[in-house]
Design a protein around this ligand. Structure first.
Ligand code: G4P
Length: 176
């Protein structure tokens, strides 16, 4: 495990919890947020894609926003967060729905056509990758826009997919 992964692992052990498949991180990642830790996680994930041409980072509200900002800051590019409610001012938009197994509900994600252009190269970022439903919805939105998804970076990858860059996987959490 690299030093950043080790630090996150220790924080989960000391301040969070692992309850079966559910990882509790709300004292430092997704409810109360440690900005210093978030920046370290962002720098590490940025490093995995630093050589790639990335025009924008994309995530979904709400817990993806902090890591998206941290990564985008290192690239020096904007980040977009897909909204779960469409503001009346958003007249032309891309939309896709995602079903959350964790929350047992369907949500539609919206991105204004004003912020996502054809031919843009995007990195999808999130706190967790679980069933991949948020990812699939974002993939559809990127396709609707005619843009390109360059890769996926998450803090914790709970799936078996190996094409996703992450700080920790369930395997890391199980083995320590
Ligand atoms: P998926 O997007 O990969 O399909 O995942 P899933 O539907 O299972 O989970 C959806 C929501 O649950 C996401 O938040 C995700 O961040 C959160 N989540 C998934 N696994 C864990 C976990 O182990 N611990 C914690 N704390 N959260 C988890 P969301 O619905 O997009 O909403 P928000 O919380 O970001 O606002």
């Amino acid at each position: 495990m690299n030093p950043v992964a080790q630090e996150l692992y220790q924080r989960i052990r000391r301040e969070g919890a692992i309850d079966g498949q559910v990882i509790k991180v709300d004292r430092f990642l997704n409810h109360m947020v440690d900005p210093v830790l978030m920046d370290k996680l962002g720098a590490e994930l940025y490093g995995r894609f630093a050589e790639r041409k990335i025009d924008k980072i994309i995530t979904a509200e709400s817990s993806g926003i902090m890591i998206a900002q941290a990564i985008a800051g290192h690239f020096g590019v904007p980040f977009i967060y897909a909204k779960k409610k469409r503001p009346l001012t958003m007249r032309e938009y891309y939309a896709a729905s995602s079903y959350s197994f964790t929350k047992q509900e369907s949500t539609t994600l919206y991105v204004s056509q004003e912020v996502l252009g054809t031919r843009e190269r995007l990195l999808f970022v999130d706190d967790f990758f679980a069933a991949g439903s948020t990812y699939k919805a974002i993939e559809q939105i990127i396709e609707q826009a005619g843009a390109t998804l360059v890769g996926v970076a998450v803090i914790i990858n709970k799936s078996d997919r190996r094409d996703i860059e992450s700080i920790l996987t369930m395997h890391d959490l199980a083995s320590g």
